[in-house]
Design a protein around this ligand. Structure first.
Ligand code: PEP
Ligand code: MN
Length: 350
């Protein structure tokens, strides 16, 4: 259910409606919009008695949301969600493209700094790097853990880049939330519902990668899990799905972009690296993603991919990343976007 407040409703009226909802043993999710505030209701088993709510002061109407995902749905919030990063000009979901670049795994301080310096010089605003790696083999490199988180925190202070890294379980989730700016939930964990709920109780943006065989509805339901716990800063990421095609690692499903944008207000990035698994396919797919309306690109970059401890064959060279930035900068205005170059950090207030 959704309570739509009148445009002129006061903060007190909004608060009173939320309190009434909570008194019914339900959860209220106030979602401010440009025109009016809507209040999502979750936790109800059946239909909520709408008469009581409709009678409250400041309420315009009470409507039923028929989709299984509620808070992630555009029915509940018409305007696009824009995730902002305090003290910087970086955004995800605005007309500015968000570019996330970095190695698959943080391998050493030297490796991470060398790559961060190059991607920052080309104008990336976000740095990615795995600290905890979900690997198919238990014998493969599993990530440097907390040491990698410390290295990325230093990268943030040195280059200003905001940090995105994956949490794979409860323990790493708490650490990632403490050290990073965005918590990534990987494809293999997209339906780890207890992990999603726990991430929903944190107050850090959560980037959810599409599961290997997830439908659009399943993908949006994962976002809903996070939002249902009160964390509304969710970013989706298309990273390819498994098909019969064997010329690429996965099949990049760009057709999910207009579908997500029609059904949801959440931003969606595209990861052409895991989608294709091939360095020579990354730039064409990044260009296509921007042309198709992605809110940004998440891409793996390595200065010595032949020596990478994970995902070397799909990691592009820093020079290729520079080319990718130049190319998408030209495509961006065609689709009403622009590419910010570099991150501006506001001087700390005295
Ligand atoms: C990653 O981004 O490094 C990663 C493991 O991605 P995915 O979960 O999409 O496989
Ligand atoms: Mn990877």
């Amino acid at each position: 259910m959704l309570v739509v407040m009148k445009a002129q409703a006061t903060p007190e009226e909004i608060k009173a409606v939320c309190e009434t909802i909570e008194q019914l043993g339900l959860r209220a999710h106030p979602l401010p919009g440009a025109q009016r505030t809507a209040i999502g209701i979750t936790g109800n088993k059946g239909e909520v008695e709408r008469g009581n709510l409709e009678a409250l002061s400041g309420v315009a109407e009470v409507i039923r949301v028929s989709k299984p995902y509620k808070l992630a749905s555009r029915d509940v919030k018409e305007e696009d969600t824009v995730v902002r990063f305090a003290g910087t000009d970086a955004t995800i979901g605005s007309r500015n493209l968000a570019i996330v670049a970095g190695p698959c795994s943080i391998e050493s301080q030297e490796q991470a700094f060398a790559i961060a310096e190059r991607v920052a010089a080309s104008g990336a605003q976000f740095f990615r790097g795995g600290a905890y790696k979900p690997r198919t083999s238990p014998y493969a490199f599993q990530g440097l853990g907390i040491e990698a988180l410390r290295i990325m925190a230093e990268i943030r202070s040195r280059f200003g880049l905001r940090i995105i890294t994956e949490a794979i379980d409860n323990e790493s989730l708490d650490l990632v939330a403490e050290w990073a700016d965005v918590i990534q939930i990987g494809a293999r964990n997209m339906q780890n519902f207890s992990l999603l709920k726990r991430a929903g109780r944190l107050r850090k943006p959560v980037l959810i990668k599409r599961g290997l065989s997830a439908t659009l509805e399943e993908f949006l339901m994962s976002a809903e899990y996070v939002m249902s716990e009160g964390n509304y800063e969710v970013i989706l990421c298309e990273r390819g799905v498994r098909t019969f095609a064997d010329h690429t690692r996965n099949t990049l499903d760009l057709s999910i972009l207009p579908a997500v944008q029609r059904l949801s207000h959440l931003p969606i990035l595209v990861d052409p690296s895991h989608a294709t698994g091939r360095r020579d396919s990354v730039l064409p797919m990044a260009r296509a993603a921007v042309a198709a309306g992605a809110d940004g690109i998440l891409v793996e970059v390595h200065d010595h991919p032949e020596k990478a401890l994970s995902d070397g064959p799909q990691s592009i060279y820093p020079e290729q990343f520079a080319t990718m930035m130049d190319e998408i900068e030209q495509i961006a205005p065609v689709v009403g976007r622009s590419l910010p170059r570099g991150i501006r950090i506001e001087a700390a207030k005295a």
